[in-house]
Design a protein around this ligand. Sequence first.
Ligand code: NAD
Length: 343
Amino acid sequence: MPAIWDLPDFDSHEAVHLFEDRATGLKAVIAIHSTHLGPAAGGTRFWHYADSQSAITDALRLSRGMSYKNAMAGLSAGGGKAVILANPSRAKPAELLDAFARAVDSLGGKYVTAQDVGMSEADMVHLSKTTAHVAGLPDQGGDPGPYTARGVYLGVQAAAKHVFGTDDMHGVHVAIQGVGSVGGGLARYLAQQGAKLTLADVDAARAAALAAELGGVSVAADAIMSIEADIFSPCALGAILTEDSVAGLNVKAVAGGANNQLAKGIEGRMLADRGILYAPDYVINAGGIINVLRHIDSADDVEINRRIDAIPGRLSEIWKESDASGSTPAEVADKMAQKLIGR
Ligand code: NAD
């Protein structure tokens, strides 16, 4: 196994902490990518990995992503990520969480944790009994979904403006993949503004019910990426933009809330070559983290809204630079983020 410095996902991370607590069986990684803009903030993932190197790789990759996301959201926060290596039974006893909270606390606030896959709101509250370095607790703003949905709506509108020259959404046809917290909220904003909606979800009844309520139509989950529409909005899973799916798209823009939409990264170039505008995922979906990290610099509701309102402007800046330079929007966003974190 190569040393951590030699792993392909190592990106001059400031620190990578490996924790082990023999009494509770805790094994955890806390990767601090950057504290240039503030404490390294990012969620804790509780996951069963095939091997420990996969866990380290995940922490490296996700913490860099948080640096970029927090920087582009204009937050006084750097990027970090923790992963707890679950055993195959995924047991999560209180003592294990206590040991993890002590690990977080031992970093003295350099890392601030939030909720991620495998961790519940109750788990976060539990951690907060041992360490103060927990963000997004129920009394600090609660569910990030509605904030993310509003930012994604503003980003979809910005995409329409960039492509069609107007941000009037009347009659603009948006195909939404996944109508959960983010996609469902987005659909409501769009319906209010007179957009035409096609919705899909693996829970077909959920998509059909929302389409009936909002005056749209629903299609099968496997059809949503090839229907003819103006904008495709992925709001379900990551890695949905692949060589094949990009070739089948029948839209002018892709703008949605899902994380890590580009399966390998190269799909950003394929979208550009097909003349399809792309809204970099971590820029458009930052509304939730903007709210989750509100206590880091004591932002009030007015400031939270101002930060979310800044999302479309940032996307426009990216698209203009992309048009001028020939770099893809994803490449431009990464470069902007790197500059913001002093790299
Ligand atoms: P959610 O669980 O509330 O909703 C996801 C929906 O997608 C569900 O209704 C599910 O049935 C559906 N779905 C799953 N697989 C699908 C498929 N293959 N095709 C169609 N539908 C499918 O989740 P959410 O909070 O709305 O998050 C959606 C996406 O946005 C995720 O990628 C998440 O990581 C990302 N995201 C969410 C937030 C947030 O604040 N909730 C913030 C940033 C990014």
